[in-house]
Design a protein around this ligand. Structure first.
Ligand SMILES: [Zn+2]
Length: 470
């Protein structure tokens, strides 16, 4: 009787639950399986630990090649349906062993050492270094007002990240043009070199490097980041003295390009194998950092994500593909090579989810698209609430997937808490010890779950036709 009653109950539930509700239950159950397995095993942290053993993974370095080999092996060991490498050519910029700077001509404080790191792509200073008066500016407008008076001087860009903003990525965006374009702008007025305040909210003695670009037709001048502590000292000194000389010397060089690889593995879709949900991260890091959060965490999360799906024997209708992109930091080489490869001709990338905002507590996902598309994805919010994630919001997806987005793929990003990211970003402070294994794992679980349900459901017509048919 008891058994018969149970049977009737279950039977009725199956019959009378609307199809959507049934599927929601199934997805919630899969989410719970992924979550429990993930939190018990903490596999993402194990992957990250092994990855960081190779050292900084800057594009074109032997350490980067070792990371390719290691992650390729990791994907093979999982037993995925397909694992392969796709070649990518990357520039090879080599930092000099000696990078030094000091306040050289202050009557008040005498000589004072400054901690710097050349910006990625910078040319070298002359062999004897540069000694020149410093001019502090906070914007390109201010630089323009000074005009030719900066000729022969070192321009010191000292606009801090805006502390009032909760979203530290917005604060970063508001300050990063000094680093990326500062040298070119200062060179237009004849400056000899550039120092840029490190993009961090901490006041400490760690320089934070990053990419910079020269401009065609404008002289190339050497550019370095200066620690925030050094920037504060320099700024303070300039308040008391009209002329302060700074000495700086660093001699990086560009060498011949190097071949590396995008590392790729997939669970092939059971019904539509050429329809792809991509989960991605970038394998490279800057050269002065272990890159635990940027983007070792992302690499660990996508490997662990696809591993969890494989081990739970979840095979969705569409393909879930994990891509570890080469050289995001110094030219987005892997992202362009991937999207531009002829291998993509027969494939349809519906959604690409990137994780490249650090391995911190995940809060949700961003969708880089217009309101109605973001609203469509918000129907999945219920799945992530058991993970403590409540946000599916409009926002940038990720740098590596920009080229796919331009081809019509919906670009999404994992959205973790951002308060600590720029304390570490592109600096030697970005170490394993700053990563929490459970926070990292929750991101892996969330990515696996979203990839799975999207690979099951695909995309509705209104998104397909409007965004994918062009
Ligand atoms: Zn990154």
């Amino acid at each position: 009787m008891m058994q018969y009653g149970m049977f009737v109950l279950i039977f009725c539930a199956v019959i009378f639950l609307p199809a959507d509700a049934q599927q929601n239950e199934e997805y919630l159950d899969i989410g719970e399986q992924l979550l429990h397995k993930g939190l018990v095993e903490e596999g993402a942290y194990t992957i990250l630990d092994k990855l960081l053993e190779v050292g900084p993974r800057f594009a074109g370095t032997p350490q980067n090649a070792a990371a390719v080999e290691l992650t390729h092996q990791m994907l093979n060991d999982i037993g995925l349906d397909n694992v392969w490498l796709e070649p990518v050519t990357v520039p090879r910029w080599v930092r000099s062993e000696i990078e030094e700077a000091k306040i050289a001509g202050s009557q008040r404080i005498g000589e004072e050492r400054l901690t710097i790191a050349a910006l990625g792509g910078s040319i070298a200073t002359p062999e004897q270094g540069i000694t020149a008066p410093v001019v502090e500016v906070h914007s390109f407008d201010e630089l323009e007002e000074l005009g030719d008076s900066v000729e022969g001087k070192i321009v010191f860009f000292n606009r801090p990240m805006d502390r009032r903003l909760v979203n530290t990525f917005a604060a970063y965006s508001g300050a990063v043009n000094q680093r990326s374009r500062g040298a070119a702008e200062a060179a237009k007025f004849g400056a000899q070199g550039v120092l840029v305040r490190s993009l961090t909210l901490r006041i400490d003695d760690y320089p934070h490097t990053g990419g910079m670009r020269y401009q065609d037709g404008v002289p190339k001048i050497p550019a370095a980041s200066i620690s925030t502590k050094g920037a504060e000292l320099l700024s303070e000194t300039l308040k008391y003295e009209e002329v302060v000389d700074v000495y700086m010397r660093f001699t990086p060089e560009m060498r011949d390009s190097v071949q590396t690889y995008n590392v790729i593995g997939e669970i092939t879709g059971s019904q539509y194998p050429d329809d792809i949900i991509l989960i991605g991260a970038h394998l490279d890091s800057w050269d002065i950092t272990p890159g635990a959060h940027d983007d070792g965490a992302g690499v660990a999360q996508v490997i662990q994500g696809i591993k969890l799906l494989h081990e739970l024997e979840l095979r969705p209708k569409r393909t879930i593909r994990c891509v570890l992109f080469a050289n995001e930091e110094f030219g987005i080489s892997g992202g362009f090579a991937y999207a531009g490869s002829e291998k993509r001709y027969d494939e349809e990338h519906l959604v690409a989810i990137e994780t490249d905002r650090g391995g911190f507590l995940p809060l949700g996902f961003t969708v880089d698209n217009e309101d109605e598309v973001v609203e469509y994805f918000q129907r999945y919010t219920y799945l992530f609430e058991p993970l403590g994630m409540h946000q599916i919001i409009q926002g940038f997806g990720g740098v590596d997937i920009i080229p796919l987005r331009e081809q019509g793929t919906i670009a999404m990003g994992l959205l973790p808490d951002s308060q600590r990211y720029f304390d570490l970003h592109h600096s030697a402070k970005d170490t394993l010890e700053t990563v929490n294994p459970r926070e990292l794992e929750l991101g892996a679980v969330a990515i696996a779950l979203f990839a799975y349900v999207l690979a099951e459901d695909g995309l509705p017509r209104f998104i397909h036709e409007e965004y994918l048919s062009n």
